[in-house]
Design a protein around this ligand. Structure first.
Ligand SMILES: [Zn+2]
Length: 386
């Protein structure tokens, strides 16, 4: 039961909050062994709903791609057509994306999922799943990868490859979303994708996948029996292909969101904060999270940047008083911040910036992280139309 509550909590957390976390982008660009810019996003399964470039944030909402200028903090649909009204029903608008599950900035080009259909010689509708790219200004859309065999649910790009969580199409045209596997294909290469990581067992929830240098981390929960779940925390060495389930050797298994901070893996278990090395060794308890902020039911590591680690503290079934515990590199509290938002679709952080969507109020906020905890640290910068 406890595990079930934890899963519900995690799912609610991930579904309601997608936080971007990153090192300083320039550090990332200068040191290819570290995080890709896409790793600034934590998303349910693998979806990255925020991308960032040197000058802008990009995010998808209601099938539209928006861009926020970091300097002016002006937000608008990413469309350069002079007479366009950016109507939701207007497929000619540059900002309209057919599948609105994510956007990735890879080498200063924006990648996203798309789909097209055609009728084969028997009149049957064939669905083509596509990964497309375009320039940072929204122009020059082109297809990068097409498949009629796979339903692509989400993707990331890393070191020259597209990694896709996908399911094969059945003969009846359906695809089983609870049996996804990880496929990959070199960027720009046509043909079939390689089955890179196959899930065994009865089905999995895919909680988080992220890359760090030549390592890939993949947290899944497998349905076992009697409503029980088995959490796997995979590390894949991309240089050798070797796979390790770190939860088999960790004293305290990872069953919750995690983050990579100061080249260590940070996670919580039962209200306590832990760290371990990138290979799962040198595990140690850092603190009881209740010493930072007491009386919460759940504490989850949700985000970090090069300076700050964010722990999300919530009550069971009540996200109204969601609180962030913000720690510095020595795990000393910088602030404990009760969020002024009821529900959060996602937020992002880069450098000292962060953006947050309050989906209930349809509002977009900019947060100055250096002012976290002050009353004026969140600034309303955009209100979405219905
Ligand atoms: Zn438009």
């Amino acid at each position: 039961m406890k595990t079930k509550i934890l899963i519900c909590s995690i799912l609610m957390l991930i579904l309601t909050i997608t936080l971007a976390t990153c090192r300083n982008l320039e550090d990332t660009n200068n040191d290819p062994s570290l995080l890709d810019a896409q790793e600034s996003c934590i998303g349910y399964q693998m979806n990255t709903r925020i991308a960032e470039s040197k000058n802008s944030f990009y995010f998808v909402k209601d099938s539209f791609l928006y861009v926020i200028d970091k300097n002016s903090r002006k937000c608008m649909p990413l469309c350069s057509r002079p007479d366009c009204t950016h109507d939701k029903g207007n497929n000619d608008c540059d900002a309209y994306l057919f599948i609105a599950d994510g956007v990735v900035n890879y080498s200063d080009e924006l990648y996203f999922l798309d789909e097209e259909t055609y009728n084969d010689e028997n009149g049957q509708v064939v669905i083509v799943n596509k990964i497309c790219k375009m320039e940072l200004d929204g122009t020059s859309r082109q297809d990068v990868f097409k498949t009629e065999e796979l339903r692509i649910w989400s993707f990331k790009l890393h070191r020259g490859y597209i990694y896709m969580l996908a399911s094969p199409y059945n003969d009846d045209g359906s695809a089983n979303g609870s049996h996804q596997n990880l496929y990959r294909v070199p960027i720009g290469k046509n043909g079939s994708a390689e089955l890179f990581f196959e899930m065994s067992g009865n089905g999995h929830d895919y909680l988080d996948l992220r890359f760090f240098g030549d390592q890939m981390y993949f947290l899944t929960s497998e349905y076992v029996s009697d409503g029980k779940e088995n959490y796997h925390f995979w590390r894949v060495d991309l240089s050798t292909g070797d796979k390790y389930d770190l939860n088999e050797t960790l004293d305290v298994p990872v069953r919750n969101l995690y983050s990579i901070f100061n080249e260590k893996i940070l996670f919580t278990s039962d209200k306590e904060l832990y760290e371990c090395s990138l290979d799962g060794s040198s595990e140690s308890k850092i603190a009881d999270c209740r010493s930072y902020a007491d009386n919460f039911d759940w504490y989850s590591v949700i985000s970090c940047d090069s300076k700050r680690l964010f722990i999300d503290a919530t009550h069971d079934g009540d996200f109204e008083h969601r609180t962030w515990i913000v720690l510095d590199e020595n795990y000393t509290p910088i602030t404990v911040y009760t969020l002024p938002f009821k529900t959060i679709t996602f937020s992002a952080c880069m450098d000292d910036s962060m953006i947050v969507i309050d989906s209930e109020r349809k509002e977009l906020f900019y947060i100055d992280k250096t002012k976290l905890g002050c009353n004026d640290c969140a600034q309303l910068i955009y209100t979405f139309e219905e």
